[in-house]
Design a protein around this ligand. Structure first.
Ligand code: AP5
Length: 217
């Protein structure tokens, strides 16, 4: 059976960090709409150029652009066994479109990573990401082994332009206005689990594995 894991949570909640680990553990592809947009932008595609202004301002990219890009990605053969969604869905319209697209077949688990706004601001100011593979690091809580170099692919680490404090504060507002209702959507579908994401990366990951074990056990 196809397994779809949906990672929800505010900007900086740790969706990318935990998705990467889950992807390695479960051998399922990590599908991040933020990474897909950044890759498109790097390649100067129409989708990337269209998304840029919204991303720089901390606004959501329009639903139709996101849905076309995401559905194109999950129809690839590496997603046949399932996939881990990071940063999608971010509006109820996107959640409804995903439910329709998946039909009743796959096992769906939505996980809400809970974190305080103050922690988010602190995390983002010290986040660094690999400019090649997008892997996230943190200068103190999750540093790379070699300063400025990605452990996974050897790429250069950089600061995201939307991690400036004023943009992060706006992204949080957008999250509460437009994405928080998606948590309620999955709660109503009875497939939501919440995980406290204020503790260490290792502890959060252990909690996620426990949830997966109870589901499969
Ligand atoms: P996107 O790239 O998805 O950004 P985001 O959701 O705002 O999330 P982040 O990537 O900023 O945070 P994260 O939760 O992955 O945290 P991370 O693991 O890196 O989207 C960017 C933009 O693209 C959006 O603003 C929008 O414009 C557009 N977009 C994307 N998807 C869209 C959609 N579906 N619809 C419309 N528009 C869309 O962790 C953060 C930091 O904290 C790191 O430094 C990490 O090392 C550290 N950290 C993580 N966990 C811990 C921990 N437990 N303890 C201490 N530090 C930790």
């Amino acid at each position: 059976m196809q397994t779809v894991i949906i990672m929800l949570g505010a900007p900086g909640a740790g969706k990318g960090t935990q998705s990467l680990r889950l992807s390695q553990e479960l051998e399922l592809p990590h599908v991040s709409t933020g990474d897909l947009f950044r890759e498109n932008l790097k390649n100067q595609t129409e989708v990337g150029l269209r998304a840029k202004g919204y991303m720089d301002a901390g606004e959501l990219v329009p639903d139709e652009v996101v849905l076309d890009m995401l559905f194109g990605r999950i129809q690839k053969s590496d997603c046949d066994r399932g996939f881990i969604l990071d940063g999608f869905p971010r509006t109820v319209v996107q959640a409804e479109a995903l439910t329709k697209r998946l039909g009743g077949e796959p096992e769906v688990l939505a996980v809400n990573l809970e974190v305080d706004d103050d922690d988010v601001i602190k995390r983002m100011s010290q986040r660094r990401v690999c400019e090649d593979c997008g892997a996230p690091y943190h200068l103190t809580s999750a540093p790379s082994k070699k300063e400025g170099i990605c452990d996974l692919c050897g790429g250069t680490l950089m600061q995201r332009s939307d991690d400036r404090e004023e943009v992060v504060r706006h992204r949080l507002k957008v999250y509460y206005d437009q994405t928080a209702p998606v948590v309620t959507f999955y709660q109503d579908q009875r497939c939501l689990r919440s995980v406290e994401s204020r503790s260490s990366v290792e502890d959060v990951f252990s909690s996620l594995l426990e949830i997966l074990q109870t589901l499969r056990g």
